[in-house]
Ligand binder design. Sequence first.
Ligand code: SAH
Ligand code: SF4
Ligand code: F3S
Length: 475
Amino acid sequence: MTAPRKLHIKSYGCQMNVYDAQRMVDTLAPEGFVETANADDADLVILNTCHIREKASEKVYSELGRLRTAKDEAARNGREMKIAVAGCVAQAEGSEIIRRAPVVDVVVGPQSYHHLPQLLAKAKTDGRAVETEFPVEDKFASLPDPKPAMIRARGISSFVTVQEGCDKFCTFCVVPYTRGMEVSRPVARIVDDVKRLADNGVREITLIGQNVNAFHGEGENGKPWSLGQLLHRLADIPGIVRLRYSTSHPRDVDEALIEAHRDIPAVMPFVHLPVQSGSDRILEAMNRKHTAADYARTVERFRKVREDIAFSSDFIVGFPGETEEDFSATLALVRQISYAGAYSFKYSPRPGTPAADMQETVTTTVMDERLARLQELIDSQQAAFNAAVIGKTVDVLFERAARNPGQIVGRTAYLQPAHVMASPDIIGQVLPVAVESLERYSLIGALAGADVSPVSSPKISQPANTSLSAMTTGA
Ligand code: SAH
Ligand code: SF4
Ligand code: F3S
């Protein structure tokens, strides 16, 4: 038997890349690859890249510089190190990578990584291999299932891709070009995946997609199902106690999704709903296809069915043409909605997108200043949201042993980390925690009540926790 080959994957960017990296490990496991945390002693290093902003994209080339030294060092020791670039930069700049970085052996786009074994073989014979087509066959159908031991090692919370690609063409965004057109997976395949995960200890599923609520996969009755219908089906799978989904587009929120929040206890009352800007003029220039008022109404529709629901968002400051007045509208919308948290970014012009041809009007200094003001407001809302839980009892799904001996860490419905002193037996269970204090972003508390019976029922009840409702005001 040959010695296992070592594989190191470094992922940048979004949750989809995290998921893809796991699937690359699954794809290469039958080839004898095992993961290593250290790039220097790997036989194969994969950079799973992100193209969303210039900074993310440029990281690839600096990382490849470092890897060249490691590859040379390996060669001096009589060892061969192969280097692959995967992900969205591979898709967008495949030929440039080959030209700029001779150290790279394989370039593989996000829709082709199920061909990694063949591409590695090709690189061995031909020197280098590139695949950035959008192949006609379904990548998911060709990916080997993860081994039970691998699922268990990855923990009790798992991502599952249900939808990929995007047809929205926001003027600033590369995703429609790097991930291709919107494609939804069939419900039966998703159900198989979730059952396999649940059978191996997974309790929480986050359904992911670049535009997850545009999901319209073939249902079990042969008709297209919405995300709301899918959530109903998955909530019936024994072992699954929490369901989340990310990322949603405000335009694609339908009644079935809102009702899923009302009717399915496992669907968590926390929604990432990016708005990007609060100015209608800028939203129009971004081609978001909704106004700030439409967005606020959508948020209200959710809040009507679940008063304890909380929101997070993404914002871009300094989009071409953004005036102080436009930016004030963004701050006003943030005040109106009151977020549990949000990501905010300085606009980065991306080659090939319509916005890259627009006249940039906002200086770096003004962008920095707007970003700081926006982040200060969001931080204060997040701090208030987190502080509101002190003294309350909240449900926590326990995930793993914490760094401090004896402590177990889990997450609340709102993904706040919560630490308690307890036996590791509670991992995988949802238990009430009396929250005593807040240390940075982590809640510290104690298990409420002595009754720590194991979770065995398919749907763990997540009662609309009135103690949390105060948190949505964020004030
Ligand atoms: N599909 C998701 C988000 C995809 S990208 C959605 O529709 O919201 C994640 C975030 O990166 C975006 O929400 C946006 O805030 C940010 N982003 C995308 N392109 C950007 C760019 N060119 N410059 C700055 N931020 C950008
Ligand atoms: Fe990009 Fe817009 Fe699609 Fe989101 S909806 S992935 S921001 S094009
Ligand atoms: Fe980045 Fe591609 Fe995700 S560009 S954000 S890795 S879809």
